[in-house]
Write a protein that binds this ligand. Structure first.
Ligand code: CP
Length: 316
């Protein structure tokens, strides 16, 4: 994968070959999960530390489950009960976690760049588990794995797949990582959003596999994957849209919109979902909605990422 010393910080660090290798490894680890004893002893004696300075359910827990399935010890750093509340700096916190025996640091922070900064201070790999509006690479990788399970592809080449990413693009680190990952594997991506939900500078325009539209109904008709983003009220400018009702009308997927999709198309969402906003509650329960698979695949893909960073046995 990326640099074994600095870890997994940004999707742009990873090539198509490396993404495909991680998908293969995740697929192997999914099989491990089905065994009577769903663990492997490969990381016995290693210590994985999760340091989440921002709330999380899926990412933190699935990294911790993944590390335990690889037989690593897991240390959970919790900000509310830590010496951060007494004024200790992030740098001293990270150095302390290293000195306590950490071999891998998994970091989430609401400011872009914090995992990169921590990686420059410690001599162990750091995984970016989401930094502000910037990047969420492990989410994009588990989404690539989930897509690969649902379409007939040759060597996980996404050429010919049409992915539509809908909603709050400007605040979404998931969108930034997914656009890079999906297009790196060959997919075409259409971003569906109004001007107030797009970055001020069109950061995606340099990529000729990415287009932008406000017409969700039109985009749904040709999509293979409809990827809905959470409306990120905690990061949002108050004026991004007037009301939740307006957002739902323009960018929410309800039964009418779901019926516009191809029979073979799937709906994805990184979670947590706002039921009744970006996705209607009844649509969220449909067979073609892969939200549960994404969570499950998060464990296997994160096993692959951790394994890759902490062993030299598997060469990508
Ligand atoms: N998808 C995702 O990052 O979810 P959490 O915030 O629950 O980790």
């Amino acid at each position: 994968m990326t640099n074994v010393k600095t870890g997994l910080l940004d999707m742009s660090d990873i090539s198509a070959v490396e993404i495909r290798s991680l998908i293969k490894l995740a697929s192997f680890f999914s099989e491990v999960a089905k065994r009577p004893i769903p663990k492997v002893p490969v990381l016995t004696g290693k210590q994985v530390v999760t340091a989440f300075f921002e709330p999380s359910t899926r990412t933190r827990l699935s990294f911790e489950v993944a590390a335990r399935k690889l037989s690593a010890d897991v240390v959970t750093f919790t900000t509310a009960t830590s010496s951060l509340t007494k004024g200790e700096s992030i740098k001293d916190t990270a150095l302390t976690l290293r000195e306590l025996g950490g071999n891998l640091l998994i970091v989430r922070h609401n400011c872009a760049g914090v995992p990169h900064q921590i990686a420059s201070w410690v001599d162990i790999p750091v995984i970016n588990a989401g930094d502000g509006r910037h990047q969420h690479p492990s989410q994009a990788l588990l989404d690539c794995y989930t897509i690969s399970q649902n379409f007939t592809l040759t060597e996980n080449d996404f050429t010919g797949l049409e992915v539509v990413i809908v909603g709050d693009i400007t605040n979404s680190r998931v969108a930034r990582s997914c656009v890079e990952a999906f297009t790196t594997l060959g997919a075409r991506v259409t971003l569906v959003a109004g001007p107030t939900l797009l970055p001020a500078a069109p950061v995606f325009s340099a990529n000729d596999r990415v287009s932008i539209t406000e017409d969700l109904d039109g985009a749904l008709a040709t999509a293979d994957v409809v990827y809905l983003l959470r409306v990120q009220l905690e990061r949002m400018d108050k004026n991004a849209f007037p009301t939740v009702r307006e957002y739902r009308t323009r960018f929410g997927v309800d039964r009418r919109r779901s019926a516009l999709m191809k029979k073979s198309a799937v709906i994805m969402h990184p979670g947590p979902i706002n039921r009744g906003v970006e996705i209607a509650s009844d649509v969220a329960e449909q067979q073609n909605v892969l939200i549960g698979d994404q969570v499950k695949n998060g464990i296997a893909m994160r096993m692959a990422i951790i394994y890759n960073l902490l062993t030299s046995k598997y060469e990508l």
